[in-house]
Design a protein around this ligand. Sequence first.
Ligand code: BTN
Length: 234
Amino acid sequence: MEYRIEKYDTVTSTNDLLKEKARAGAPAGTVVVAARQTAGRGRMGRSFLSEDGGLYMSVLLRPAGAAADALRITAHAAVAVALAMEKHTGKPAAIKWVNDIYQGGKKVCGILAEGQASAAGMDFVVLGIGLNLKAPEGGFPEALRDIAGALFAEESFDKDAVIRDILENLSYENAYAEYAKRDMLLGKTVTVYRGGEVVCTAKASGITEDFGLRIVTACGEEVLHTGEVTVRIQ
Ligand code: BTN
């Protein structure tokens, strides 16, 4: 795919801006990058801290058929980011199903794929990636200090090269193997939440080839696919 990158200083949300562009007919491969967002969003309507120092980007995809699966797109993007992170930092990345990437025990990246469908099928998917390159000036807010991390301690990184590598890696062929290798939940006891309510406690036992999370509960084995589920390590 050929990418056309548009850069902005401040936007509400690169996903929202790109959705507007998609509805107005922007082609697949349009990429919006912003230096900061005033209304950055995460999964389940959560806000996503988007101050200077991060990479906030959205990629417009117009997939057809099975390729339009949001779970699959999210997982492929997680691999694309993990590989780029590892190349630029030399440190391993871990993927927490389904859309979070960790380094050194801290969350450094979140991914939010949002689609628009019509009777004819999927019109488009906007793939949003928020990656903490550097911590915000003055550090992360108190509430995030133990959870959030950043890739680089100093200014000596090449943001454009990180963007280029992520985009290039989106077409990585062997995403499943790379995802499974970095599965942070494997063997861990997790609590599964749906709509904020605890559903069960289970042991995570791997990732299926269609990027579902395999869990073992007291009642047997189950595979989680839905994007409406959150999993926390106990
Ligand atoms: C999450 O952690 O739940 C996902 C966070 C996704 C954040 C990115 S930043 C670029 C794009 N624009 C948004 O408003 N959200 C995504």
